[in-house]
Design a protein around this ligand. Structure first.
Ligand code: KIV
Length: 340
């Protein structure tokens, strides 16, 4: 028999499950961000006014809730999900199914930022047709606002934009091409390659990109790129002259969930928290308390019987001890179990 307390708790859980999809969850630590979506137009306006743009990755419901609540402008469901959440060595194994799964979870957790979903390696390089099919799937099956793809794939970008999907470009270090680039290396460090980056950025804008990421280039090169285009340029490892900055959630918060990230946080990444240590401390204390039986104690054992049921229960137990073979067969549950 359920106690009133238990029934109430179950009702609350049911209510939460039914309502969280449409109502954003409440976190009391910070003020709510305005319920206003950031759009590609508001980002353009920010660039024109010289207001810096913040962008962070997120890959699941809780990280999306945090990013939304903090008031970040752009949320990127990056293919870096492969490394920081799925444990791969690179982003190459990430599939479109993976991206759909993670984009869906993120979209359930936030509404304010512009949500960008990465097209993963192998889903857009073969042809404009392949790219449009992949981009449309990500847009149809999730609630993202637009897609990002790596490299100066001008014809592909034009085709996706013409199909009605907003595209963010990505130049400089493009991790999906690490094989062709000869590793994860900074780009644009020689003058001619730096000029090439500027030309790529201009071509991305002409192709219809609403913005772009520039990764791991010298600050002066990123500055020249930023000044060469009218669309927002968001830097990562590219110095302070771009229109905005992007960091990977797990790196900037010190999650330390992937051995790469424990041993190798990128040089350009400032760590704003040590969440990984907090997690380790919490788990260690939990183990200590389970082993010492301090947890759960009375405080975390909320489901109680009425005193009447308790005394009937005690009587039944005594009878069972006195005569172990006299099992009680009159509950419906027992009858059902016997039938099947
Ligand atoms: O996938 C990702 O996280 C990215 C950022 C590094 C910009 O593309």
């Amino acid at each position: 028999m359920f106690s009133l307390k238990l029934v109430t708790r179950l009702n609350i859980n049911l209510w939460c499950r039914r309502n969280l999809a449409s109502t954003p969850p409440k976190i009391s630590a910070a003020p709510s961000p305005p319920h206003k979506n950031i759009t590609i137009h508001s980002l353009l306006l920010k660039k024109r006014k010289g207001i810096p743009i913040s962008m962070v990755t997120a890959y699941d419901f809780p990280s999306a809730v945090h990013v939304d609540k903090a008031g970040v402008d752009i949320l990127l469901v990056g293919d870096s999900v492969g490394m920081v959440e799925l444990g791969y060595e690179t982003t190459l194994p990430v599939t479109l199914d993976d991206m759909v799964h993670h984009c869906k979870a993120v979209c359930r957790g936030c509404r304010r930022p512009l949500i960008v979903g990465d097209l993963p390696f192998g889903t857009y390089e073969r042809s404009a047709d392949q790219a449009i099919t992949s981009a449309m799937r990500l847009m149809k099956e999730t609630q993202i606002d637009c897609i990002k793809l790596e490299g100066p794939r001008i014809e592909t970008i034009k085709a996706i934009v013409e199909s009605g999907i907003a595209v963010m470009g990505h130049i400089g270090l493009t991790p999906q091409s690490f094989s062709a680039l000869g590793g994860f290396k900074a780009q644009g460090r020689d003058a001619h390659k730096a000029v090439l980056l500027i030309e790529q950025a201009v071509a991305l804008e002409k192709a219809g990109c609403f913005g772009m990421v520039i990764e791991c280039v010298p600050p002066l090169v990123a500055k020249a790129v930023t000044e060469a285009v009218t669309i927002p340029v968001i830097g990562i490892g590219a110095g302070g002259y771009t229109d905005g900055q992007v960091l990977v959630f797990h790196d900037m918060l010190g999650m330390m969930q992937h051995h790469h990230h424990a041993e190798f946080t990128p040089q350009f990444c400032k760590q704003y928290a040590s969440v990984g240590f907090t997690i380790q401390e919490g788990l260690a204390q939990y183990i200590r308390e389970v082993e010492s039986k301090e947890f759960p104690g009375d405080e975390f054992s909320p489901y109680i019987m009425s005193s009447e049921e308790e005394s009937i229960f005690k009587d039944l137990l005594e009878k069972r001890v006195a005569n172990p073979k006299s099992a009680i067969h009159n509950s419906e549950e027992e009858v059902n179990i016997k039938v099947y």
